[in-house]
Design a protein around this ligand. Structure first.
Ligand SMILES: [Zn+2]
Length: 320
């Protein structure tokens, strides 16, 4: 993803002052949701480790990309057996020519007719294919987060809205970020679901991006839908994770935009302050570098992100 530039610089000026007033990290309270049991952050961390070991470099068209796809599919055999796992293969027109991409969708039927979608991109940045870039936080941790969320939902089926987990491809630019060269997977999915009527049923489209960051601070994204931002603040309060949410404001250009443009309520759960700022990279020095490695991700942050997503599923189901 990237920021809309002008707002970024303005927001960075105010961010330190806001941060200074942030309350100290406090002890976790139990998740105030109806579900019994809890999302397992440690398991999500181990899945991140396994995913990185299996497919450290996962740029579109690479052997690692195919291994990443196999890894994802292998964790959803139970859903596949029920006809609730979909592979969405498409051809994307990119600056490097036509590329085959795949989205995967794991479906957990609820008791209501509407759907909450939670998405993460699973590939690594294509322009960085020649450096040692593994995207531990940028793609891997959130893919693992969604796999573990699948494990949770298998044990605790949704009682309200259905939940669909989307592993989307081609979030990253192939050459340089533009509306035409980015978010290939979610652009394809939004168009497809618009045509087949699925889009009307989507109550919320949530993106998880870079929220395995061991120094977790989920930004308030100005491109997200206000009522979903409000619910995320409530979810943070209910789960005891308020210190990890909304200390910074951003305007993210990310996988949620194709759905926002089609009128779907969207929420980008992103922490773009990844690594200490430098003169060249005020938004975080680990982003899109070989510094984006497993040691920058933590089980605790994945626990927080998982707790928030589980609580968001309950809150959105009850909303309206
Ligand atoms: Zn990226």
């Amino acid at each position: 993803m990237r920021f809309f530039g002008s707002l970024l610089s303005a927001l960075l000026l105010v961010a330190p002052a806001v941060n200074a007033q942030a309350p100290a990290v406090k002890a976790q309270k139990p998740v105030a949701s109806k579900a019994t049991g809890r999302f397992n952050g440690q398991a999500a961390y181990l899945l991140t480790q396994q995913y990185l070991a299996t497919a450290p470099k996962r740029w579109v068209g690479s052997p690692g990309h195919a291994k990443a796809e196999e890894f994802l599919q292998s964790h959803f055999t139970a859903e596949a057996a029920k006809g609730n796992f979909e592979t969405d293969t498409f051809t994307a027109s990119t600056p490097s020519g036509l590329l085959t991409m795949k989205n995967f969708i794991a479906k957990y039927p609820g008791k209501k007719d509407d759907i909450i979608v939670i998405a993460s991109h699973y590939e690594t940045n294509y322009p960085l294919r020649d450096i040692n870039f593994v995207g531990a936080n940028d793609g891997a941790a959130t893919s693992a987060l969604l796999i573990e969320l699948g494990n949770y939902l298998r044990a605790h089926p949704p009682e309200g809205s259905s939940v669909w987990l989307v592993f989307d491809d081609g979030e990253e630019a192939i050459q340089s970020w533009s509306a035409r060269d980015s978010v290939y997977g979610t652009r394809h999915l939004a168009a497809k679901w618009s045509q087949d009527g699925t889009l009307k049923k989507i109550k919320a489209f949530i993106v998880a991006d870079m929220i395995g960051d061991r120094d977790l601070d989920i930004d308030r994204d100005a491109n997200s839908t206000p009522w979903l931002l409000d619910l995320l603040a409530t979810a943070a309060k209910n789960t005891g994770h308020t210190p990890n949410v909304f200390q910074n404001e951003t305007a993210a250009d990310d996988d949620h935009m194709p759905f926002k443009q089609r009128g779907v309520p969207v929420l980008d759960m992103i922490d773009f302050h990844y690594g200490p700022p430098t003169a060249e990279q005020p938004e975080g020095s680990y982003h899109h570098t070989d510094q984006d490695s497993l040691d920058k991700v933590s089980a605790r942050s994945l626990q927080i992100s998982g707790d928030l997503l589980v609580e968001m599923i309950h809150l959105i189901s009850q909303h309206g």
